[in-house]
Design a binder for this molecule. Structure first.
Ligand code: UDP
Length: 333
């Protein structure tokens, strides 16, 4: 069985759905602090999901998951991931993302589980020295979120040398979109990400564009928006890679193309077929002007490639927003 930590969250639930559709049995371990029980209940309709509510900060919670299930590999999503919050409260980030992961890895070693796919991030690179960013780019994070993820990457190297733990670290760029059948999608409270914030905007909640004076063609930040279903496929490929005897490695996951905030905004207006109220605001702290992935390594070693466009991501995100309203109002149970 595959253990998915954070499987009630955004990216973890999309991997869970893909595995269930492939007929795989999965165990989801999630504290439900940020994940949603409604997502677990939806996943249960599509296959054999065992759900354990637990906290990685409690060693016995995660040991329990290994004790009662035959787990052969782990995909580890559970983490805090808000950059601004991590700057204000690094303690929370190191305690959860590093100490929580240590408990997970220690339980894995204790139970002889030696394969893990880990959600890492482009934030481990920090301010880019060049774009597109390849995996050789220096990792010099500029916030506690990126540092917590980089620390885990280093721990995983040491655990491979000492205990033979094989890890694949997937460094995500900007994840976007939702399940193409609108069953699951992005659900953060509060929402901070660009596409859902644009789609949720209306006359009472004006969309705030953070800065239009960057050194980019239209003055707004450029990001590489990778579709969440493409991302889930990369995790499947990473699991196959480890099952085929692949060694510890790390890969960027992005499309290789950048889009500006203005371009994303225009595309959202096109999908919605209406004008979205917009206010240009000052820059948000810690936003680099441009982050774009070089994804050649994932293409050549994992045999993965992104298939879905930015427009696909916006369309599925928009359809999911409608499902989410129904879930929140109890219409979908
Ligand atoms: N952004 C924005 N308004 C929002 C949310 C985000 O202008 O309400 C901008 C943000 O400044 C960044 C880009 O959109 O340039 C992507 O931000 P997001 O938070 O989605 O992802 P991040 O790049 O921080 O991982």
């Amino acid at each position: 069985m595959i253990l998915i930590t954070g499987g009630a969250g955004y990216i973890g639930s999309h991997l869970a759905m893909v595995l269930l559709e492939k007929g795989r049995d999965i165990v989801i371990f999630d504290s439900l602090e940020l994940g949603h029980i409604e997502i677990i209940n939806i996943l249960k309709k599509y296959g054999n999901v065992k759900f354990i509510q637990g906290n990685l900060k409690k060693l016995d919670d995660i040991r329990g998951a290994f004790l009662v299930n035959k787990i052969d590999s782990v995909v580890h999503f559970a983490a805090y991931s808000q950059v601004a919050e991590s700057v204000k409260n690094p303690q929370k980030y190191y305690y959860n993302n590093v100490y929580g992961t240590l408990n997970l890895l220690n339980a894995m070693i204790e139970f002889g589980v030696k394969k893990v796919v880990f959600s890492s991030t482009a934030a481990t690179y920090g301010e880019p020295e060049y774009v597109p960013i390849d995996e050789k780019h220096l990792q010099r994070p500029i916030n506690a979120y990126g540092s917590s993820k980089l620390t885990v990457e280093k721990i995983m190297d040491d655990y491979d040398r000492a205990y033979g733990l094989k890890s694949v670290r997937l460094r995500y760029f900007n994840v976007a979109g939702a399940d193409s059948k609108s069953r699951i999608g992005e659900w953060h409270e509060p929402e901070t990400h660009l596409i859902p914030n644009i789609l949720k905007a209306d006359e009472t909640k004006i969309f705030k564009m953070f800065g239009d004076d960057y050194d980019t063609p239209d003055g707004t930040c450029v990001r590489d928006y990778i579709n969440v279903e493409d991302l889930a496929d990369a995790h499947i490929k990473a699991l196959e890679y480890l099952n085929n005897g692949g060694g510890t490695d790390y890969f960027n996951l992005g499309t290789g193309n950048g889009n500006s905030v203005k371009e994303v905004f225009d595309a959202c207006e096109e999908v919605l077929g209406r004008k979205i109220p917009l206010e240009v605001c000052p820059r948000r702290d810690g936003d680099p002007a441009k982050l774009v992935a070089d994804n050649k390594k994932a293409r050549s070693i994992l045999g993965w490639k992104p298939e879905r466009s930015l427009l696909d991501s916006i369309k599925t995100a928009e359809a999911w927003e409608k499902s989410l309203q129904k879930i929140k109002s109890g219409i979908i149970l």
